[in-house]
Design a protein around this ligand. Structure first.
Ligand code: 4AD
Ligand code: MG
Length: 476
């Protein structure tokens, strides 16, 4: 007999047919009602046990966490909250559950506790919902670009260039660290390393994306990126996934339009295709918010926030305007910001969140940042002081996207590299892209886990990736 997944089973009209379901016990009430879940949906199916005719030794093993195979009859349910249930005729225990030792009990566990049980946390409602949504978002990203004629480029994970300066890098080496070969000056001799030079894990696929965009027109990368940032925040990982579209002939305004349209598409996709999971996460968040003092609560619930994001235009301002707004704010005058607000200084998370959550009360795209706080490749504006950069700021998150129009003049690019002490010989191929058939082009990077934070309403980035890598965190 073929197994029916619970997701399909619950949509089947109960005509007293025989079914086979398999899954894990969530709860077992009154030696009669099993809530069984197989991961295909957040919803459980109720299995009704014929306890008078079921051997004692089987009944004793039906515990939270045990894995069962159940044959039975699908019948209309009289219980609340479900239309069908399975009247069991045969129950086989596939995997035991030691009731004393199984850490995931049918009660509320803290997220910290579940993080320390990373091998079991996906069996909870919250985490299974998150990872189904994560799958849907990855799929929607490919669908969005595919439908619009973009090509998916696999950018490399190991890089030989250390010029991008997006963050601290992780060294990749096969040298014997106890006794590495040395040059005459006593430095480590990387010419003897595997690739014959210093290599690291990539911080971004952008530079390779540019190579592809200036040949294929519209491309995107979607892969893991690595930053050895020792910042222990709820928004940073050492290994995270990034989506980086890069488009020939797009200027900065096209880039902003693409970012806004893309984000709205993804949020709409989640609302339309992950309704059961988003509904659950909405309720979860509402419960969590209740525990907080009134002043710290979110202005809107999860679903409300997601709808709001898809229905309203994002605000668009320049960095200079952002500084003015911040300096005119009550917060600033009452010295409530921890970090300085001054033209030329980078916006900190507290400033970004003020702009989004307090001032505009919607997503904001900030443009035209001072050149000195941005990467060397961003296109210099005619004022000579700012660059065609853009950051998209989201409520509860801060920066979700960072991007720019790229400098397409060889001369200006070389000047910037010189100012920022980037050796031209290391980036000759990047300069060649300008030398031979250069074109205006633009792109951005969306942090996949930051998107996941927004869509699920979770507060810690470690809870929206299966196996978080952060400083001193790599257990699972
Ligand atoms: O702003 P970033 O550093 O931009 C780049 O890497 C460009 N090369 C992108 C491009 O133009 N193609 O990073 C892009 C996004 C950020 O806005 C943020 O969402 C996410 O990546 N991000 C992180 N997410 C999790 N953990 C970290 N440590 C992150 N650092 C950046
Ligand atoms: Mg950035």
């Amino acid at each position: 007999m073929q197994r029916t997944e619970i997701k399909h089973l619950l949509k089947t009209e109960a005509l007293s047919q025989d079914v086979l379901v398999k899954g894990w016990v969530r709860t077992f009430r009154n030696t009669q009602f099993i809530a069984l879940n197989d991961g295909s949906t957040i919803l459980n199916v109720q299995v009704v046990v014929d306890f008078q005719n079921t051997p004692e030794e089987i009944l004793n093993k039906i515990k939270t966490g045990a894995c069962l195979s159940v044959k039975g009859t699908l019948v209309p349910s009289t219980g609340a909250g479900q239309s069908v249930e399975v009247k069991a005729t045969e129950i086989i225990i596939l995997g035991e559950a030691d009731p004393e030792a199984y850490p995931i009990q049918p009660k509320k566990h803290s997220l910290e506790f579940l993080r320390s049980h990373g091998h079991l946390r996906m069996r909870t409602n919250t985490f299974s919902a998150i990872f189904r949504v994560r799958h849907a978002m990855a799929f929607a990203i490919h669908q969005y670009f595919h439908e619009r004629g973009y090509f998916y480029i696999h950018s490399p994970i190991i890089t030989g260039s250390d010029a991008e300066g997006a963050g601290e890098m992780f060294r990749v080496t096969t040298l014997n660290l106890d006794n590495p070969p040395r040059t005459e000056e006593g430095k480590v001799d990387f010419s003897q390393d595997f690739f014959g030079k210093e290599t690291n894990l990539t911080v971004s696929g952008q530079l390779q994306g540019e190579i592809a965009a200036l040949a294929l027109g519209k491309v995107y990368t979607f892969g893991p990126t690595f930053r050895a940032e020792n910042s222990n925040t709820t928004r940073h990982l050492a290994e995270f996934w990034m989506i980086e579209p890069e488009v020939a002939f797009n200027e900065i305004e096209d880039n902003k339009n693409l970012a806004e349209d893309f984000l709205k598409y993804l949020v709409r996709y989640a609302l339309e295709n992950c309704a059961d999971d988003i509904d659950f996460l909405d309720k979860r968040l509402a419960e969590e918010e209740k525990q907080k003092p009134q002043n710290d609560r979110r202005a809107m619930g999860l679903i409300e926030t997601l709808r709001f994001c898809t229905e309203n235009d994002f605000a668009r301002i320049s960095y200079t305007e952002a500084i003015q707004i911040l300096q005119n704010s009550k917060q600033y005058k009452e010295k409530k910001f921890q970090y300085e607000v001054e033209w030329g200084k980078d916006l900190q998370s507290e400033h970004e969140r003020f702009l989004v959550e307090k001032h505009f009360k919607k997503p904001v795209i900030v443009g035209d940042y001072p050149k000195d706080i941005k990467a060397f490749y961003m296109k210099l504006n005619p004022d000579g002081k700012t660059v065609a950069a853009m950051d998209v700021l989201f409520p509860g998150i801060g920066e979700i996207i960072g991007g720019s129009q790229r400098e397409d003049s060889t001369e200006k690019l070389m000047k910037r590299m010189d100012e920022m002490h980037i050796p031209a010989h290391e980036m000759s191929w990047y300069l060649d892209l300008r030398r031979f058939g250069s074109a205006p082009h633009s792109g951005f990077g969306l942090g996949f886990e930051r998107l996941m934070l927004f869509v699920t309403g979770m507060g810690n980035i470690r809870d929206v990736i299966g196996f978080p890598r952060a400083a001193k965190t790599i257990e699972f």
